[in-house]
Ligand binder design. Sequence first.
Ligand code: ZN
Length: 315
Amino acid sequence: MLKQIQGLHHVTAMARDAALNNDFFTRVLGLRRVKQTVNFDEPSVYHLYYGDEAGSPGTVMTHFPFPNIVRGRTGTGEVGTTVFSVPQGSLAYWQARLASESVGDLVLSESFGQKRLSFRAPEGDALALVEVADDPRKPWTGGDIGTDEAIRGFHSASLRLRDGGATSELLTYMGYEGEETRDGISRFIRPDGNGADRIDIEVLPQVSHADLGSGSVHHIAFAVADRAAQDEVRSALVDTGYQVTPPIDRDYFHAIYFRTPGGVLFEVATNEPGFDRDEDTAHLGEALKLPTQHAHLRAQLERVLQPLEDGKKVA
Ligand code: ZN
């Protein structure tokens, strides 16, 4: 069993409208945009990162807004819900805030003994907030949401699978412990993790495979300290029979990717070097940063990339 994985690192989803995406995750949810860059393979498409002040591993939701993509269709073989941690007693605030923004599918419920508010982002992302007592992570409070309510980072992510067996085995191998099963959902927890340390598996044998589109999660990434830990994880996964990419330099972390038995794409990402690698922490996410190989495209990209219109409500 591996000991290197600390919990989630980031969750990456697809979007269509970059300005709408930026407005929702920064102004409405109150996350900090910690990086404004472009997709390595499609430099005409943004890669936007939202998290806590520094973009700490376990807090970062990222999006690829492809302007012509169709809406995703939910199903199996994908991440179901991405869940953020908020303070005890804050869900009434969030319910009123999200209702005033006409956020869709707002549902209050209880999950594993915790109060939970589910909703959909404007482009369909299935998200939820869960009340957690004494989450020690420091929130970003640079917007109009105070410490008593602000998001601490991820709490968990759920996987919707036709068959959960092999993925459960994989999570156990990755260092997660099966906690309990309630209402057909099996919870796995990484003991002594980074706070974003729970994965839920929901088995839906009759549901067909999801179609990727806006609002769909593209992959989830798990955190390891550094490249040495990543190499250990990679070797162990390869020895177990997984096909894992070589390490890829993503400028702010190093990444390896592999497809899991249930169909979800997993990444293992390093906590280093981090988002302050190429700009001061005080100004993270303000300027468009380009990977070195795309730097020569700056003038062209600045013409084609949709302005993000910070702080304004997008019509
Ligand atoms: Zn990633």
